[in-house]
Design a protein around this ligand. Structure first.
Ligand code: ZN
Length: 98
């Protein structure tokens, strides 16, 4: 029985050379959450094969953010009644002294 192996993202699709690290990585964030309210963040990488020079992009990993697994992060509520007033005249006077 030949078991189909999942292609690793860092293996050259042309010659099979393992590339240790990607040239560049970036993340793609899905704008639409799934049924559980989680957002999928996909980590992409661009690779260059040192052997044959082939360049490709591959999905390195997918991270699900939000929903049940992660602790719910609520946006901090803006505090009310806390107004910081800066007296500009005072600031300028301080600047003159310095
Ligand atoms: Zn290659």
């Amino acid at each position: 029985m030949a078991r189909k192996q999942k292609q690793k993202p860092n293996v050259c699709p042309r010659c099979g050379t393992v590339v240790e690290s990607p040239d560049k990585t970036w993340t793609l964030t899905s704008p639409i959450p799934d049924k559980k309210g989680r957002i999928t963040v996909t980590v992409m990488g661009s690779f260059t094969c040192p052997r044959c020079g082939y360049k490709w992009r591959a999905v390195i990993s997918k991270i699900k953010v939000g929903g049940d697994e992660e602790s719910e992060e609520e946006a901090p509520e803006p505090r009310q009644g806390e107004i910081i007033e800066i007296d500009l005249d005072e600031v300028y006077q301080e600047a003159d002294k310095a």
